[in-house]
Design a protein around this ligand. Structure first.
Ligand code: ZN
Length: 76
């Protein structure tokens, strides 16, 4: 019997290649060139949609999330 898969908490984020040049949604002066990594965060709620961020802003968001996760883990 295979081990049960753990439910994932990370349902809203992924990294995809930009299909065309795009602006970072944190700061529109950050341009994401076609083919570069784009950090995608899906919007919560039934309306759906998603926003894309440049690699630098994406890394900062991941670091913030890591701090929150560390704090939550500490409380368990
Ligand atoms: Zn950015």
């Amino acid at each position: 019997m295979s081990p049960r898969r753990r439910r994932s908490l990370l349902l809203r984020i992924e990294v995809r290649e930009a299909g065309r040049q795009a602006q970072c949604r944190h700061d529109r002066s950050h341009l994401i060139a076609k083919g570069e990594a784009r950090f995608i965060v899906r919007n919560p709620g039934p309306a759906g949609g998603e926003k894309g961020y440049c690699a630098e802003c994406g890394a900062a968001m991941v670091e913030l999330a890591r701090q929150v996760l560390d704090e939550i883990e500490r409380q368990l």
